[in-house]
Design a protein around this ligand. Sequence first.
Ligand SMILES: [Zn+2]
Length: 265
Amino acid sequence: MSDNICRICGFSEYRLYLYFRNKNRSIVICKGCGTLRTMPYFSMDYKEQELYCEHYIENEKDFRSFARNFMKVVSRHQRKGRLLDIGCAVGFMLEEARTMGFEAKGIELNEKARQIASSKGFEVTGWHIGDPAYKKSAFDVILLNHVLEHISEPNGFMKDISNILKDTGILVIGVPNHASLVVRLYRNRWYGWGIPEHIWHFDRKSLAYLLSRNGFRIKELVQNSQRYNFSKSLRKNSTAILAKIGNMVGSGDQLIAVAEKAWHE
Ligand SMILES: [Zn+2]
């Protein structure tokens, strides 16, 4: 990926936003579309990364609770049909979707995670969605949970998604939200920056821009912080309070956007 051109809007001028000395990387803001991106670009090999699965298995309770909340948002718009979870990891979201009655399939690049999800009885492939095996207009629901920020060519990726999504289907995206109260407190130390593997960093405005540029519009947007709980630590408690205030004023550090094809009425 060329480091000069924004792969979302095509502009090539940036302003420094944050610098991560220990990682020798910067986050810059595109002067064209306002999206934040990490520089220089880092290419992660997700296929064989060992720790990827452990992260999910060790934090199973949190991920299951997140999946339940995520699918609750989905169910306000669609309750049945064919669902594809792109980047399904070990399959917590697929399990939740199946319980709700969806015919759920997954895509996962990491081989070990794919095996675990498949062993739960799901059809999970490691194919790229542009593969002809994915038929045009095949899905009622496509999930992209914490995936978009890792994609080097978001516009091409959204085009592939649009092709396999039914005209009446919904695309549900979960990304970290950098424009939130908790991030103001944590700055560089916020977990959601995911440096260096997160290439892009979204807030509601830049996510809406990417979607509208690719023929989608947002039906519902949820901003929520789920991972901050009260404990014995004063610092953790002040963060938990801030996270809860953030949730109340619609400024949590997780965004869930339910989108539909823009020309669909
Ligand atoms: Zn841009």
